[in-house]
Design a protein around this ligand. Structure first.
Ligand code: PEP
Length: 234
């Protein structure tokens, strides 16, 4: 059964997040959906959500600390308050816009691994690497596993080509199949695809060999669309 995740990025308020999560919860409660659904709201909208078993709320980011002097960051003291035990690590926007290095990412990974968090770990190549061929793409992606224990039991991977994120350009089925198959040969963990997944292509993408679900940004922010995405892949 697929894993379907929504990444809000810097969207939604506390009020609209509550409304979104309670709608998804109601939908999952009243329909026989086996998919595992994740929602990653902004830090200010985290809460102690009362959700069904197959709906998990996680954090898009947090620092590798319980608490301390890390201006603008949150740590596990804040996450514990809401029972959050799931985190996105390595998202391309954190790597490329916010400048997180592989070393920082690996520290964060180790910290949250030691606490037993479910980690959705993102990898993916920029356009110039993709254009230089599959071999270079895979080499680039494997560099993003430096310092990462890929045997960790609560690890979910997300292949998100940078050039496909938020651009409306989805990778071709062959691009996805080739990269997913190569990663899966090395790392036997659930592997999601992310990058301009939409209501009308999610089913086809989830049927590609070695694709275990989708991590979705833009197309998941309207609750009716996200419900349709879950429904299309159930
Ligand atoms: C993402 O942010 O993880 C993502 C896949 O975004 P989008 O669906 O908008 O490309």
């Amino acid at each position: 059964m697929p894993i379907i995740a929504s990444n809000f990025k810097t969207n939604h308020t506390r009020k609209s997040t509550n409304d979104f999560i309670s709608s998804i919860n109601e939908y999952l409660k009243s329909n026989d959906i086996k998919s595992e659904v994740y929602v990653f709201p902004t830090a200010t909208s985290l809460n102690d959500f009362d959700t069904v078993k197959n709906l998990t709320v996680g954090t898009q980011n947090a620092y590798y600390t319980e608490k301390g002097s890390f201006t603008g960051e949150i740590g596990t003291q804040q996450l514990d308050e809401f029972g959050i035990k799931t985190i996105l690590i390595g998202h391309s926007e954190r790597r490329h816009i916010l400048g997180e290095s592989q070393e920082e990412i690996a520290k964060k990974y180790e910290f949250y691994k030691a606490l037993g968090y479910t980690i959705i770990y993102c990898i993916g190549e920029p356009l110039e690497v993709k254009e230089s061929g599959l071999e270079n793409t895979l080499e680039y992606i494997y560099e993003q596993f430096v310092g990462i224990d890929t045997n960790y039991e609560n690890l979910i991977l997300a292949y998100e080509p940078v050039w496909a994120i938020g651009t409306g350009v989805t990778a071709t089925n062959d691009d996805i199949k080739n990269v997913h198959t190569a990663i899966k040969e090395k790392i036997d963990k659930p592997l999601l695809y992310g990058g301009s997944v939409k209501v009308n292509n999610v089913r086809e993408i989830c049927e590609i060999p070695n694709v275990d679900g989708a991590l979705i940004g833009t197309a998941s922010w309207i609750k009716e669309d996200f419900i349709q995405i879950i429904d299309n892949t159930k």
